[in-house]
Design a protein. Structure first.
Length: 258
């Protein structure tokens, strides 16, 4: 092939990176802002958390069926299980639908969210809630909630990953609704089991969703928004890259932001 490679224009790349940077700053402000209040033991926040966790566990304690259901959900939404399923979905989107870069973006963002969640726990080192007659117990630190952060990131990433694959409006609604249910139930699960304060899960959800959106803000526009099935939009032979002159004499174009 004799075509020439046209570079991506700087303004397009700059806009994407600027968007991603703004989202990242907002996520960081929430995580570190609330984390600072937790580390400095700001009494109004601690009092509110303690009051809410006592009320939540009082609901769960006399209801063994609810407790068992919450523990089951806790096991199903362990980050390692979520990301195993997420990895399988990424492989399917790559191999069956030809969306290689989209699949790699999703997988990389999942791993990034997992590492950030673990790192944040060791940074802030908040102890787990102290509850009389505890409903359940969990090891490690409390802030932010790893279950909440990872389920929020996982669900948001899968919605974005599958958006061009699920082409109907009804399918899109189902995707978003399922993501909201997973995130909300996981957040409530952590509080009603008494293993996380409401602050932990709230910041965890905001961080998880925010990380996914910040990552996608940097990725969107680099990949064609409507790739066709079974074609890899990163392949130079793909029609997205070759003009009407044909593959042997045309110019290869890098995708532009849309």
């Amino acid at each position: 092939m004799t075509g020439t490679l046209a570079p991506v224009t700087a303004p397009s790349r700059t806009r994407r990176l600027a968007r991603a940077a703004v989202y990242t700053l907002v996520v960081g402000a929430v995580l570190f802002g609330v984390g600072f209040l937790v580390r400095s033991r700001w009494q109004p926040l601690l009092s509110l958390d303690d009051a809410l966790i006592q009320r939540a566990t009082a609901v769960t304690r006399p209801r063994p069926e609810l407790r068992e259901a919450l523990i089951l959900w806790q096991e199903l939404t362990q980050p390692i299980r979520l990301y195993f399923v997420g990895t399988l979905v990424c492989l399917w989107v790559w191999l069956a639908k030809g969306l290689r870069t989209r699949a790699w973006w999703a997988f990389g963002t999942m791993m990034l969210a997992w590492m950030i969640g673990l790192g944040a726990k060791y940074l802030f080192q908040r102890a787990r809630p102290l509850v009389e007659e505890p409903v359940s117990e969990a090891p490690g630190y409390s802030f932010p909630s790893g279950h909440a952060l990872n389920s929020a990131a996982w669900a948001t990433i899968l919605v974005i990953l599958l958006w061009p694959v699920v082409r109907s409006r009804v399918g899109h609604v189902i995707l978003v609704a399922a993501a909201i249910v997973v995130i909300a139930v996981t957040a409530l699960d952590r509080v009603y089991l008494g293993v996380h304060y409401p602050t932990d899960v709230t910041v965890g959800v905001l961080t998880g969703v925010g990380l996914a959106l910040a990552s996608y803000a940097g990725y969107a526009g680099w990949n064609p928004p409507h790739p066709t099935e079974a074609h890899d939009p990163d392949d130079p032979e793909h029609p997205e890259f070759i003009d009407d002159a044909g593959p042997t004499s045309g110019t290869i174009h890098t995708p532009q932001e849309s």
